[in-house]
Every structure is written in C-alpha cells, then in structure tokens.
Design a protein around this ligand. Structure first.
Ligand code: PGA
Length: 249
C-alpha cells in the first residue's frame, strides 16, 4: 500500500511569523493518516523542523545543489538540508527548470545528491500548454522522467510529481481523465524501469491549482497518491481541507 502524501510548496513565501501556520496545521492534524510535508523557503527549514519536533509535519527543501559542498555561492546542498532537519527535497520543479535553465541531467544529479543525503526526493515533471495542444504530453513526461530519475531509485527515496505547467498557479486544472492518463503512463514507466515491486510502490502526486474544493475529485483518480500544492498550502485553513480530502480518499 502506498502511503498518501499531502505536500506543500511555499515557493518564495514566508518569514518566521509564518511558523504560526505550521503550528495551526499541526494542531488541526495531530495524527494525520497520510504523510504531510511542507517545503518552506530555505531560510525556514531549520526553524520549521525545530518547531514540529514530533515529526507530524515533515520538512522539505525546494531545491538542492548536486554537490555536497564547495564554491557555489548562494546554493544549498542536500546534506545541509538534512542537517537543518529536512527529510524531503523537491527537484526539477518547472520554476527551476524554466527560470534557472535546469536540464533533466541537472535534475538527475540533484536527485542523486538528495538520495545520497538520505532525503526523499520529489522529482517534478510537466508539459507546457503548447506541448499539450500538440498532443506531445506523454512523450514529454516520459522523456523528462527517464532522464531525471536516477538509477537505483526506490519507493523509499523517490516520489514523482506530475505538474502541468499551464495548471500551476492559474486556476486551470486538467480533466480527471487527463490526470489519470498521465499518472497511468508514469506508473507504467516506473514498472518498466524498476520492476513491478518498486514501480507499484512509488507515490505519484498531482500538482497544479489543487484546492480543497477540487481535491476530492482529483484524489479519486487511480494512481494519484496525493498532491503537491503551492498557493493553497500557505494557509493552514486551506491546506487542512486538502489533507482531510486525502485522508478520506
Ligand atoms: P499551485 O502550485 O498549487 O499554486 O498551482 C503548484 C506547484 O507549483 O507546486
């Protein structure tokens, strides 16, 4: 059985005062039946990990460098995230791929680094609007994941997030059939590459304009094991509705 995962990506939002939202979330969900993860900005990773010491809400980074240490001004290594208390890291978010020119090979190196540091790595993929209209979605996703996921990945160190770029922060959501088609294809790709045991155990998240109001429908789609949530993860009240929908799915 795959343990469901509700993951929040705060992006470049939040200051120390935002820890109140984490406290409120932990209060609303003292014993969630799914995994709950928040990836705050790097400045808050240590504070967040310390503030929820019982581990009810897991802490993640939003990116990491491929190397352990060195002359990389402004970058953060996976070891540093782990040292600060993170247990997860996102890699290959479309905002990193687009705004920082990260290639699939870069994403794979970062994923390897994250796994090497003992973190669970969430590898993100997703097509543009143009790619979807051209009918290339499954080819794009397959190419991204084949090149971005490192060899030796397991259900313990890998999560895959499907996030259509045109659905991120736009309020637009694919149809449930479209989400299902991509998630089924990702499941098949993982089974082919890693064998049935691993392929069937890796958790697949959908991301892109998930809200409490559409979460029930999305979580009912086969092979959707949770969500990666941006805007609706910033406030405990909003994210709580998504966690509850996942718990009830
Ligand atoms: P959104 O972002 O929920 O605000 O659409 C999702 C993401 O980028 O992970």
């Amino acid at each position: 059985m795959r343990k469901k995962l509700a993951a929040g990506n705060w992006k470049m939002n939040g200051t120390l005062g935002s820890m109140l939202e984490i406290d409120a979330l932990a209060e609303k969900h003292p014993a969630p039946t799914c995994d709950v993860l928040i990836c705050p900005p790097a400045t808050l990773v240590a504070a967040m990990a310390a503030s929820i010491g019982d581990g009810v809400i897991k802490t993640g980074g939003q990116d990491c460098h491929a190397n352990t240490s060195g002359a990389y001004t402004g970058d953060i290594s996976a070891e540093m995230l782990a040292d600060a208390g993170a247990s997860y890291v996102l890699v290959g978010h479309s905002e990193r791929r687009q705004d920082h020119n990260e290639s699939d090979a870069d994403v794979r190196s970062k994923a390897k680094a994250g796994m090497g540091a003992g973190l669970v790595v969430v590898v993100c993929c997703g097509e543009t609007d143009d790619q979807r209209v051209a009918g290339d979605t499954l080819d794009v996703i397959s190419a991204q994941l084949t090149a971005s996921i490192p060899d030796g990945s397991t259900a313990e160190n890998l999560v895959v997030a499907y996030e259509p770029i045109w659905a991120i922060g736009t309020g637009k959501v694919p149809t449930l059939a479209q989400i299902g088609e991509v998630h089924d294809a990702i499941r098949a790709l993982l089974e082919n590459r890693f064998g049935d045991d691993v392929g069937q155990s890796v958790r697949l998240l959908y991301g892109g304009s998930v809200k409490a109001s559409n979460a029930d429908d999305i979580f009912a789609v086969p092979n959707v094991d949770g969500a990666l949530v941006g805007g609706a993860s910033l406030k405990a009240d909003d994210f709580s509705g998504i966690i509850t929908a996942l718990e009830n799915s």
